[in-house]
Design a protein around this ligand. Structure first.
Ligand code: MGD
Ligand code: SF4
Length: 724
């Protein structure tokens, strides 16, 4: 392409939380190709198939190119002025008549940090409601709860650099090969070079990730907590625990938050014999012993998990029990050892966790409930501190319930498609139908736009600049390389202009560029655990991202938290860290917590009426609700439709043949779908990829959620299946 007039720009993939670097090829004002960025240390030039076809998504026929208002049941094209005046008028009326909490914002871990920042300021700082949520609640909330309770602060201590240093991988509740393909590739290459590397998988289903497994434990969906306790018991009994590490760096707590001695913890674990865990989980006792020994014997270990652990009614506990294994063996804070949650979306960490885009958070890992935090944020936002309410707003399920009940009367939905992606989705269509709904979208129609009163066309990926922060605490800059299609505009400026029209001129007119917003955000990260203040646009434009803490422009970023080299650890007073090489500074005395949590199964266990456990997830070729990947012919040809995977033994017993149409039914709904008879789910388990609106898996899923993280249990509910 060198002499063909093509210009290549360094950017970041639009899709998953891996955060691969891409080069975007632009010719005659159009993006014509995407290739892996070989200088990006995450993917070193490699891309998965979704990243490879990213440029095709931009020119999809379904791009939304002008604002529309629904008039007499039909969408009509309108000008930006008319659309924004209308939304501002309606929102102000609702606020005046019913108070600020009658309004809500629902955003996304795919929005840029600058976009979420503007929404946060508008809703929490100006309108005065904490009813601000986003799809990371459906995705990462349990991991956040796990990190906070176990280590004291959110987000992993290690980074991807640990992959090439690890001797053992515990992949639990993660189909890494399909959901985080480039990280999987790194694991595979590492194992190919180092045959002593072992991979243990704990997952109810055989997936492509199994190609490299040394051992696979197949628990019944939702019944794996006892396995983790049993592993901890074997680790202690067989002498793999690092008692000095525990003594120096760990406290042990019961579920009642009371401290326990190591002896008491051992007593607690006594119940979790391999045989007991086997009875609960269905996994052979000897496999549990093997897994524990592999973990105990390895010099270094990385646990990686994602939705199979997080999307559970006891997701936080499951996170804690994984981290327990690392704290027991001291396999944390050292090269090649970490308890490493894989995030699903490209900016769930950056924009929403760090940016404070949930109902209880404020930017910079701050909380609305903390008076000092409210003051700090109000000052930077230039709003009266009383505007920011101290009480958390409604979490996602509570928010859509309030919409159903008419307690929330107006909602702004940005960069997410909840009519399809919420659990038990059809239950929440009522509120979307009845209340005032604004959807900012790049594509049309989607499952959610049909319920909108106003749709606002959003610039897509390469049409805007901004920052994404991926799984390994790395923030990366994406340039605007082409003009937005039609009248589409950048989400952050749509929100800015809405704010101005709602009467917050002084608060919003100062933002003229993306950099203005980023710079203001950086001031709110200064001195925080996730200090990004050295990650200026100037620097981010040059480098392939920076991993926080990065407290100054000459700081290289941080490979490992809590240890030497982490600027926060380095600056701790000497007497504090005396005799300590690791200090969990988010916890009292710098000590992490081993939790003695009860083991609990799913909210809706199988029974005689609904004897199958239904689980849902991704395939490699598609992204979430398919509004993007579904427009790429190559990806559609690869996986054109949904199906339900059923084990051959179950299929035979029910007289179901491959490709038969079947009905899958739960207590919430029914779905007609094609059967795929395949040895992937274990006997008694069904799996549906959830990407298609036409075969909407979420009419079946349950909306029960973790009482701590409020993350719903997408991964398990009881179902039955019969031939259609
Ligand atoms: P997406 O398809 O990613 O799904 O659920 P959603 O967020 O609802 O939606 C993103 C939307 O943003 C798309 O409609 C896209 O067209 C639009 N969009 C793209 N770019 C832009 C942009 O720049 N601006 C704007 N304004 N819009 C844009 C994801 C959610 O789904 C998540 S995060 C998880 S983890 C859950 N996973 C899950 C599961 O495992 N099983 C089941 N059954 N359901 C699930 N639902 C959850
Ligand atoms: Fe994009 Fe994720 Fe694929 Fe990398 S692994 S190319 S970030 S979808």
């Amino acid at each position: 392409f060198a002499d063909s007039g093509m210009q290549w720009h360094k950017s970041v993939c639009r899709f998953c939380g891996v955060g691969c670097g891409v080069m975007v090829g632009v010719k005659n004002g159009k993006v014509v190709a995407v290739r892996g960025d070989k200088f990006n240390t995450i993917n070193k030039g490699h891309l998965c198939i979704k990243g490879f076809y990213l440029h095709k998504v931009i020119y999809s026929k379904t791009r939304l190119t002008h604002p529309m208002i629904k008039k007499n049941g039909k969408f009509e094209k309108v000008s930006w002025d008319e659309a924004l005046d209308y939304v501002a008028k309606k929102f102000n009326e609702i606020r005046k008549q019913h108070g600020p909490d009658a309004l809500a914002f629902y955003g996304s871990g795919q929005a840029e940090t600058e976009e979420t920042y503007m929404a946060n300021k508008l809703f929490k700082g100006c309108i005065g409601t904490n009813n601000m949520e986003g799809n990371p609640r459906l995705c990462m909330a349990s991991a956040v709860g796990g990190y906070l309770t176990s280590l004291g602060l959110d987000e992993p201590s290690g980074t991807y650099d640990d992959i090439e240093k690890a001797e053992l991988f515990l992949l639990i509740g993660s189909n890494t090969a399909e959901a985080h393909p480039i990280l999987f590739e790194r694991i595979v290459r590492h194992k190919a070079k180092n045959p002593n590397v072992k991979i243990v998988i704990i997952d109810p289903r055989t997936t492509p990730t199994d190609q490299v497994a040394d051992l696979h434990l197949f628990p019944k969906p939702g019944w794996d907590l006892a396995i983790l306790h049993a592993m901890a018991r074997i680790i202690i009994k067989e002498g793999y625990a690092d008692e000095q590490f525990i003594k120096d760096n760990v406290v042990i707590k019961g579920n009642d938050k009371k401290n326990m001695t190591f002896e008491q913890y051992k007593q607690f674990l006594e119940k979790y014999t391999p045989e007991y865990a086997s009875k609960i989980s269905g996994v052979p006792a000897e496999d549990i012993v093997k897994a524990a020994r592999l973990f105990g014997q390895a010099k270094t270990a990385m646990s990686m998990w994602t939705m199979g652990i997080n999307q559970r009614t006891r997701g936080v506990w499951a996170n804690n029990l994984i981290t327990n294994l690392h704290l027991l063996t001291g396999k944390i804070g050292k090269p090649g050892s970490d308890t490493f949650s894989l995030t699903g979306q490209p900016n769930a960490c950056g924009g929403v966790r760090e940016g404070g885009g949930l109902c209880h958070l404020l930017p910079g890992h701050r909380k609305v409930a903390n008076a000092k935090h409210r003051e700090e944020v109000a000052k930077v936002w230039g709003v009266p501190v009383k505007n920011i309410q101290p009480k958390p707003g409604k979490h996602t399920i509570a928010m859509f319930t309030a919409l159903n009940e008419g307690k929330i009367k107006g909602i702004y939905i940005m960069c997410t498609n909840p009519a399809q992606s919420l659990p038990n989705a059809s239950k929440y269509w009522k509120g979307l139908k009845e209340q005032f709904v604004v959807v900012a979208e790049s594509f049309f129609p989607t499952a959610t736009t049909q319920y909108a009163d106003v749709v606002l066309p959003a610039a897509f990926w390469a049409e805007k600049e901004g920052v994404y922060g991926c799984t390994e605490r790395r923030s990366q800059y994406m340039p605007k390389v082409i003009e937005p299609m039609g009248e589409a505009r950048w989400d952050a400026f749509i929100l800015r202009d809405l704010g101005i029209r709602m009467g917050f001129k002084k608060e919003f007119e100062k933002y003229q560029t993306a950099e203005d917003i980023w710079n203001e955000y950086l001031t709110l990260t200064k001195g925080r655990d996730m200090d990004l203040s050295g990650a200026t646009y100037r620097r981010l434009k040059e480098v392939r991202g920076l991993r926080w803490p990065v407290p100054s422009e000459d700081h290289p970023g941080t490979y490992k938290r809590y240890v030497k080299g982490d600027p926060i650890f380095d600056e701790l007073p000497a007497e504090k860290k005396k005799g300590r090489w690791i200090y969990f500074y988010g916890k009292p005395e710098g000590k992490a917590v081993i939790w003695a949590r009860p083991d609990k199964g799913p909210e809706e266990p199988t029974d005689d009426q609904y004897p199958f456990a239904l689980t849902t997830g991704r395939v490699l070729e598609h992204w979430h609700t398919n509004t993007m990947t579904g427009t790429v012919p190559e990806l559609n040809r690869a996986v054109p439709k949904a199906y339900v995977e059923i084990n051959p033994e179950d299929a035979k017993a029910l007289g179901i043949a491959n490709k038969d149409q079947v009905i899958v039914e739960t207590r919430r709904g029914k779905l007609k779908i094609e059967a795929r008879v395949i040895n992937r789910p274990e006997k008694g388990t069904l799996f549906i990829p959830w990407h298609w609106e036409e075969w909407m898996a979420n009419v079946l899923t349950i909306d029960a959620f973790d009482p701590g993280s409020k993350e719903p249990e997408y991964k398990v509910c009881a179902a039955r299946i019969k031939k259609a």
